[in-house]
Design a protein. Structure first.
Length: 224
């Protein structure tokens, strides 16, 4: 009941739930904010439940009719699972949730509802995707250290490995920040030189301070 009151009161003012020190992101602060779990660092918000606007908008552009197995690279507090339940409430999806930060994993497991269909994986997303032997209907890349995507996730090999883990007609969503001229140019270059050449159907969307790239794999018109 105490947590329920905190959740209700968070519609008036954010309520602190926990703080942890991360070797990757420094101080992590977990709050209830407008009824949703929000995970902050000193420079960025990592997760915000159904209020995570960029992923919410991206999911509006996806056909979920044949999506059952999802890979989340950079799971955070699990905004992706909350949004998936919103868009496909009557479908039980299997989610492999990859997260490198043990402090974030401890927070999500302590403060989120237990969902049997979510498999937590404590591993670097770069290492996981290069050793993965599974196939997914949807891969969501939402990897940040504070307010930037680590540079090694920009290379061709990483995205090509992600493509190899998609089924035919599977989707990939890459969430990136887009808060200034330098980031805009970096995103445009990445989309034109790496993302677009790898996928048959692609789109790029500026959503508030985020850049969302969506690709779909289609073997009938496979790009080399």
């Amino acid at each position: 009941m105490k947590l329920l009151w905190k959740k209700w009161f968070s519609y008036i003012i954010p309520i602190n739930l926990s703080k942890k020190n991360s070797i990757y992101s420094g101080e992590l602060t977990l709050l209830y904010d407008k009824g949703e779990l929000r995970l902050d660092t000193s420079k960025a918000t990592y997760s915000h439940g159904l209020k995570y606007f960029a992923l919410n908008r991206a999911f509006e552009l996806i056909d979920f009719s044949s999506i059952h197995h999802v890979l989340s690279l950079g799971y955070g507090m699990g905004s992706i699972s909350s949004l998936l339940r919103l868009y496909v409430p009557n479908c039980i999806m299997q989610i492999d949730a990859v997260e490198i930060d043990p402090e974030i994993l401890s927070l999500v497991q302590a403060h989120s509802d237990t969902v049997p269909s979510i498999h937590y994986i404590h591993q670097d997303a770069y290492d996981y995707i290069h050793t993965c032997n599974k196939k997914y209907d949807l891969i969501v890349i939402d990897i940040f250290i504070h307010d930037s995507v680590p540079l090694h996730f920009d290379d061709y090999d990483f995205l090509n490995a992600c493509k190899s883990c998609l089924i035919d007609n599977g989707y990939i969503i890459f969430n990136r920040l887009n808060t200034g001229i330098l980031e805009t140019k970096r995103n445009e270059k990445y989309f034109a030189t790496i993302f677009q050449p790898l996928f048959n159907i692609t789109s790029i969307h500026e959503i508030r301070n985020n850049c969302i790239m969506i690709g779909q794999k289609n073997l009938r018109y496979n790009k080399k």
